[in-house]
Design a protein around this ligand. Structure first.
Ligand code: CO8
Length: 257
């Protein structure tokens, strides 16, 4: 299927989505949102896909929500359409998503990266929430996800001043999982995704669910939730295979069952 704003490929068990609006530094408009949701749904339904990589261009992962699309809108327009709410569904994809970020990840671009599960950044990446300089505030989760990722004081600094931080600062702050040389970015992300996709898919989905639960609940409830998921994995063939393979000193052959 051809998309207007995305390039979609598969690399073995990994789905690769490349944002493709070079003329607007991959600014996120309603077409990008609609197409991303379609691709996520297709990858989610495809049993052969175990992980997804989302990337942009060398110059920009995404320079934010499309300012030209938003500029003429009034309160009633954005309120009645519940503008930006569709992005919540992008964050709900159950398979792991790795953001491979080069260049600008600003505003909605930074927020889109934060909807992913692992952020691998090139040394050239720049993150920021510059909405305040446009007379608005983050609207795709920035004030919530950035604060959870880097803490209140760093989040306030970025959101109140609108300044950008480079990859090294983003890694120190805990927003970025790994920083790699620009030329290694896509390979590093695809290799990490291939590793994840080679593991037992039910345990991967549950690991993602368990980590995300940590952000939403108390420690006590989170520990109970983790333990119940852990227990439930003992009903899978892959638990027997994984542990037997360890004892027999061979690689496991997971069946995702
Ligand atoms: N939207 C639309 N077009 C964009 C955007 C954007 N976010 N960013 C860049 N572009 C376009 C430029 O207009 C330009 O187009 P043209 O050639 O037609 O003039 C082209 O991309 C190239 O950009 P620049 O010439 O500006 O390139 P520079 O290298 O000089 O600068 C920057 C790069 C620094 C990234 C600069 O483009 C910039 O500051 N972009 C905007 C960054 C920004 O403010 N992002 C936040 C947007 S708001 C948001 O994401 C969330 C809002 C949530 C609101 C919720 C409301 C309910």
């Amino acid at each position: 299927m051809a998309y207007e704003t995305l390039i979609v490929e598969t690399h073995g068990a990994v789905g690769l989505i490349t944002l493709n609006r070079p003329q607007a530094l991959n600014a996120l408009n309603s077409t990008v949102l609609r197409e991303l949701l379609q691709v996520h749904e297709a990858f989610q339904a495809d049993d052969a896909i175990g992980a997804i990589v989302l990337t942009g261009s060398e110059r920009a992962f995404a320079a934010g929500a499309d300012i030209k699309e938003m500029q003429p809108l009034g309160y009633v327009d954005v309120y009645s359409r519940d503008l930006m709410s569709g992005w919540d569904d992008v964050a709900k994809v159950r398979k792991p998503v790795i953001a491979a970020v080069s260049g600008f990840a600003l505003g909605g671009g930074c927020e889109l990266a934060m909807m992913c599960d692992i952020i691998i950044a090139s040394e050239t990446a720049k993150f920021g929430q510059p909405e305040i300089t446009l007379g608005v505030i983050p609207g795709m989760g920035g004030s919530q996800r950035l604060t959870r990722a880097v803490g209140r004081y760093k989040a306030m600094d970025l959101i109140l001043t609108g300044r950008m931080m480079d990859a090294a600062e983003a890694e120190r702050a805990g927003l970025v999982s790994r920083v790699v040389a620009a030329e290694r970015l896509l390979d590093e992300a695809l290799e990490a995704a291939a590793k994840i996709a080679s593991l037992s898919h039910p345990s991967v989905l549950m690991a993602k669910e368990a980590v995300n639960r940590a952000l939403e609940t108390t420690l006590d409830e989170g520990l109970r939730f983790e333990r119940r998921l852990f227990h439930s994995l003992f009903s899978t063939e892959d638990q027997k295979e994984g542990m037997t393979a360890f004892i027999e000193k061979r690689k496991p052959a997971f069946k995702n069952r």
